[in-house]
Write a protein that binds this ligand. Structure first.
Ligand code: NAD
Length: 284
């Protein structure tokens, strides 16, 4: 990560854990003003204290991205606290692995509400001001599941496809008005969200890469994107292009998908075994 971020005024969602936490921490260290939000206000206050975020520059507020009225209030509070707002980083997200024929519709609805509608609400609440000032940047954290259809997490994958297409279309609309949109598509990242998937055979494909990214690697890419304003970023790039290829020829991609699933199954069960052996009480 190069450069300073002094002068940026950023609203982040999902700051209490994983990728959102890493982004917020990097921004805090790089001198940006941050309005850090999360649905879990208590966890957010705890991480702010643990990380020693300076209260005069990093403001924290509870925000459930499913609540439109809270979004408007958060946008106003962010502008009040930072004397402006120029960047929105949508990170908050949820995943519920499930086979389609066994789907829990409430969990499916939750993923749509948080992952897609949450991003849309955030863009709606902030871009009017960005357009008025002909200045602003929206960064949406999607996923590699936005680039290829991922069985076992089909609903999550559908929400992330939607976030990518929303971002690409919005970028075309908004660039003429001085506002940029970037979509970031990371492969598996070592966060609590990934840990929770280890117990699900449906999530085998999530573990098919050679390694998991760290939340800090994603944060670095996001901070770079704040300067360079690319349209989209794949992390790692080669896996992104592989996913795009699978998306281009979905009928032929089933063989690759079967191989990847077997590899992912091995990796996921290894990780699960490792967790079980750590949790097992030691014999004396
Ligand atoms: P995480 O579970 O560690 O953190 C998610 C945070 O979002 C939590 O603090 C949670 O409280 C918050 N949140 C959940 N629902 C919310 C809501 N309704 N309103 C506001 N906040 C809410 O997850 P993570 O792995 O850091 O994931 C962050 C984003 O990155 C998600 O959008 C996820 O889809 C995406 N992503 C994750 C991975 C991965 O492997 N971990 C890979 C690619 C993309």
């Amino acid at each position: 990560m190069g450069g300073t971020h002094v002068g940026f005024k950023v609203l982040v969602t999902g700051s209490a854990s994983g990728i959102g936490l890493a982004i917020t921490d990097r921004l805090a260290k790089a001198g940006a003003a941050v309005f850090a939000t999360d649905a879990d206000g208590e966890a957010l206050r705890a991480v702010a204290e643990d990380h020693g975020w300076p209260g005069d520059r990093v403001h924290t507020a509870e925000l459930d991205v499913r609540e439109s009225s809270r979004w408007d209030a958060a946008q106003k509070a962010a502008i009040g606290a930072m004397d402006g707002l120029d960047t929105l980083i949508n990170v908050a997200g949820v995943i519920h692995p499930a086979w389609i024929h066994e789907l829990d519709l409430e969990q499916a609805q939750l993923q749509v509400d948080v992952n897609l509608m949450g991003v849309l609400r955030g863009m709606r609440a902030t871009t009017a001001g960005f357009v008025e000032r002909r200045r602003g940047h929206v960064i949406n954290v999607a996923s590699m599941a936005a680039l290829a259809p991922i069985e076992g997490i089909a609903v999550y994958s559908a929400t992330k496809y939607a976030v990518r297409s929303l971002s690409l279309a919005a970028s075309n609309e908004l660039r003429r008005k001085g506002v940029a949109v970037t979509v970031i598509c990371p492969d598996a990242v070592r966060t609590p969200m990934l840990d929770r998937q280890e117990a699900f055979e449906q999530a085998d494909l999530v573990f098919s890469g050679s390694r998991e990214l760290s939340p800090q690697e994603v944060a670095d890419a996001v901070l770079d994107a704040m300067h360079d304003r690319p349209l989209e970023v794949y992390l790692p790039r080669h896996r992104g292009w592989l996913a795009r290829l699978a998306d281009l020829f979905p009928a032929s991609a089933t063989t690759i998908s079967d191989l990847a699933r077997r590899r992912g199954h091995r990796r996921r069960t290894e990780l699960l075994d490792r967790v079980a052996s750590v949790a097992k009480p030691q014999k004396r």
